[in-house]
Design a protein around this ligand. Sequence first.
Ligand SMILES: [Cu+2]
Length: 369
Amino acid sequence: MTTLLTLVVLALVAIAIWQMTKIFELSQLKAENSQIANDSDNKTNGYLLFAFLIFIYGITIFSFWNYGKYLLPEAASEHGSDYDSLMLVSMVIIFIVQTLTQALLHYFGYKYRGVKGRKALFFADNDRLEFIWTIIPVIVLAGLILWGLYTWTNIMDVNDEDDPIVVELYAQQFNWTARYAGDDNVLGKANVRMIDINKANVLGLDESDTYAADDIIVKELHLPVGRKVNFKMRSQDVLHSAYMPHFRAQMNCVPGMITEFSFTPIYTTEEMRQNPDVAAKVKRTNEIRAERAAKGEDNSDPWEFDYVLLCNKICGKSHYNMQMKIIVETQEEYDAWIAEQKTFGQNMGQADAGSANDFGKLETATASH
Ligand SMILES: [Cu+2]
């Protein structure tokens, strides 16, 4: 609110100054009172062009310096570095071209400013010039597009090679649930119409499907490092988007269909915490949190880095908080964790024995994320 008021005041002050200059100008008895720009007006505008050029260069350097630290750290998936190099090369090319063309544009604006008696040189076309400024972008863009298509095809190629683990990511307003395919590595059939809250069948698994019995439903995603994961996404209600920024992965979750994404994590959570960029970010955040703690404010507990699965589609009022923790660990740690989890079949068996308890369990599961 204070910011808004400050902005309004600043705008009003600017308008007041502008009006006062106008009054001041009107009160001056000028020898030449023409609306047509004269040499000195043109010169002023020429210098203003330079001032604007310095402004845009300045703000670019300022942004790099100040906000560069908010970029994502090194990619934690196998395909991530391909994605990052494509992004980096595209940005570097755009940046160089932008820097040069802005300088030329403003310099020529100044150099050929209006001068009394000067006539503009005019020619209808120049084949060589047009050839140059067509062929260079064609080559550069064709190169970027072909490289982009090649990278895209590689990243989006979801196949069963290299023995991937199959994991379902289930989106609903406003939380995520993960389902492992179990020992058979095949996900059982599921449909929102088969959701049965009384039996804790939260994902609508088909109880008669033999593949479903060993499926494991969890609220925290554990992945073994170096093993390919094939994700199958579903949504219960509206469009969501499974976004795992550290793995450079994102896929929409669409009600009524299954979408897919596949990647191989290459750093464990522990290893990623040692990454200098991640460590610096944790340090910065915890400094802010320590300040908050000193003032007795909320959100002041020390923070530790974890991979996250976020929702990247504005799906409703609590969209901002729709996330699930991802833990990448060694194969042994993963095996130990998955062995502790109950299968869908075990949970259903229990539900048949005494259904009252399982409803409570579901509630804790949903609230724990
Ligand atoms: Cu969402």
